[in-house]
Design a protein around this ligand. Structure first.
Ligand code: BTN
Length: 237
């Protein structure tokens, strides 16, 4: 990992299909570590699991960073940085959804070419949007920092600082800080292959799940769903 400042050079676009696509093109052409692509608006913003990512123009941070020699736990590194920006109350739903009051305020899409030693880290952070301006199907789950459009650039500065901080952490430090914000711990979760009770994050950043038959499994990729109404063992949610 190089110590170069993140965010330089920077390409800012009024509109683009996807900042991740622009950053991937730059990375493949040799752009240096820290290269940043930002946009006021995306016409084909991409999320995880093949989903679209929506954000009203000029109200969310839409950023993609080129990282050379990225860490293995990049999605967790990025989630922790976003949570630090969002504040003490922010929690992380494994692997990298950042929640405030149970609502998703940011999404992270890390894509890469490990064989070429680079990754593109895409982050959409709902800084100043109004949830009612999002598509109706997101109204119950999306959240926002509740700031103003003028706060976008200062928030970007804080995000880049936070990323420099979390990228510099050892895996032990990272996992300790991540676990302190684990939104799933002791909650009932389901995923494409089953369901169980989340039992924390292991040393490789996997989600450990206790199964009803007493067994355990580790999830290393994919998406889990928090079962509504599942109380945290030994206390309120
Ligand atoms: C998710 O599904 O939670 C991940 C969403 C990632 C969205 C960001 S916005 C900036 C960058 N460009 C994209 O097309 N996607 C990421």
């Amino acid at each position: 990992m190089t110590a170069a400042r993140l965010g330089r050079p920077r390409l800012h676009l009024r509109a683009t299909t996807s900042t991740n696509d622009r950053a991937r093109t730059l990375a493949a052409a040799g752009a240096p570590h820290g290269t940043l692509v930002t946009a006021a608006e995306q016409t084909a913003g991409r999320g995880r699991q093949g989903r679209a990512w929506s954000a009203p123009r000029g109200r969310a941070l839409l950023v993609s960073l080129v990282l050379r020699d990225p860490p293995a736990l990049l999605p967790l590194v990025a989630a922790l940085a976003v949570a630090e920006v969002a504040g003490e109350q922010a929690r992380i739903k494994w692997p990298n959804d950042v929640l405030v009051d149970g609502r998703k305020i940011a999404g992270i899409l890390a894509e890469g070419r490990p064989q070429d030693g680079w990754a593109v880290l895409g982050i959409g952070l709902n800084v100043a949007l109004r949830v009612e301006d999002l598509p109706p199907e997101l109204h119950d789950t999306a959240g926002t920092l509740g700031l103003e459009p003028a706060d976008l650039e200062p928030t970007l500065d804080r995000l880049l600082d936070a990323l420099e901080h979390t990228l510099a952490m050892s895996e032990t430090q990272l996992l300790e800080a991540y676990r302190a914000r684990d939104a799933l711990r002791d909650r009932e979760v389901s995923w494409a292959g089953g369901r169980g009770r989340a039992a924390g994050i292991d040393g490789e950043g996997r989600l450990v799940v206790e199964l009803a038959d007493g067994g355990r499994t580790q999830l290393s990729a994919g998406e889990v769903h928090l079962e509504r109404g599942s109380a945290r063992r030994g206390g309120a949610a």
